[in-house]
Ligand binder design. Structure first.
Ligand code: ZN
Length: 316
């Protein structure tokens, strides 16, 4: 019986995958280095990864109900094509059709951060009846995914939540998108590491956050600067979408309390500025995904489930 679903999260360096039954119970999981040397290498990696998961779950392609795939790039949900996936060197690449040709089940493709937002929503649903949230991915880049009334909100071009390339400092450094002073060029992982010239290389973002937590003055100043910009990004999301939660995830947030405390302090400062800010920016709206929860694969699974035809659509 075709009752298994695979969720895949393709990252710039690592691809993670999870296979679950119809109740969402994991049957197996795996991860492999992303090889994006050519599109064929990437596809080979996916084919092998899926074969391996099926084998681990003692299942065959016939047991697959559907596959969900999160990918760092822009996607066309209707055709299952990926375009402008710069880091993966993919453009107009029919990834859903290629996987469908081999595994003979529906393949749903979504931008990785949008998929992770769906995963973050599924995670929060286990604890509270939230209907609206923004998920902020903080890693090598910055982007948000927005869930409104329980559904992923993409916008006209699938760009809703692309806050990383909002200009926050017209005098700032040039971002890889060509613009000056993007949020991403100040507060993403590589930007934090680049600004931490006071630490011995190689600098990790975790090291900068921990140095600030330990009282190193230059690190404190840098993290305050970064947190100030992130707190304003939280404010944009809350004022733009009026969501119940802004949830953070991604590599930079693995610093845990060292990440959250300076951010919460900047939000507290914003709250003191006005009754409106005090009402909108409550601390309870801020959340952090646990480091061991993979929002990307879980979100891909939920999106794949949501795309399944309902019984009335199939005529049963
Ligand atoms: Zn930019």
């Amino acid at each position: 019986m075709a009752d298994l679903t695979i969720g895949i999260d393709i990252g710039g360096t690592k691809t993670a995958a999870l296979i679950v039954d119809q109740q969402g119970q994991p049957r197996a999981e795996s991860a492999w280095p992303t090889d994006a040397t050519t599109p064929d290498h990437l596809l080979d990696g996916l084919n092998r990864g899926i074969d391996d998961l099926l084998q681990q779950a003692a299942a065959a392609p016939d047991d697959l109900l559907t596959i969900g795939l999160g990918i760092p790039g822009r996607v066309n949900q209707e055709t299952g094509e990926v375009f402008q996936a710069v880091n993966l060197k993919l453009n107009h690449y029919p990834i859903a059709a290629l996987l469908n040709g081999r595994f003979h089940c529906p393949v749903i493709v979504e931008n990785d951060v949008r998929a992770a937002a769906v995963g973050a929503f599924a995670y929060l649903q286990q604890h509270e009846a939230v209907r609206h949230l923004a998920y902020v991915s903080l890693g090598t880049g910055i982007a948000a995914g927005v869930i409104l009334d329980g559904r992923l909100y993409r916008g006209v071009h699938g760009m809703a939540g692309e806050i990383g390339h909002v200009m926050v400092d017209p005098e700032g450094v040039v971002c890889q998108c060509g613009q000056r002073g993007c949020l991403e060029a100040i507060a993403a992982g590589p930007a934090i590491a680049r600004q931490a010239t006071f630490l011995p290389p190689p600098v990790t973002t975790a090291a900068v956050y921990l140095a600030a937590q330990a009282g190193q003055l230059q690190a404190i100043a840098l993290i305050q600067h970064v947190s100030d910009h992130l707190a304003r990004a939280v404010q944009w999301l809350l004022m733009t979408y009026d969501v119940e939660k802004v949830v953070f995830g991604g590599g930079v947030t693995r610093a845990g309390a060292a990440f959250m405390e300076p951010l919460a302090q900047r939000l507290a400062w914003l709250r003191e500025q006005s009754p409106l800010a005090n009402e909108m920016l409550t601390e309870a709206k801020l959340d952090l995904l646990p480091a061991d929860y993979n929002a990307g694969t879980r979100g891909a699974i939920h999106l794949a489930w949501q795309a399944q035809p309902t019984p009335t659509e199939t005529g049963h």
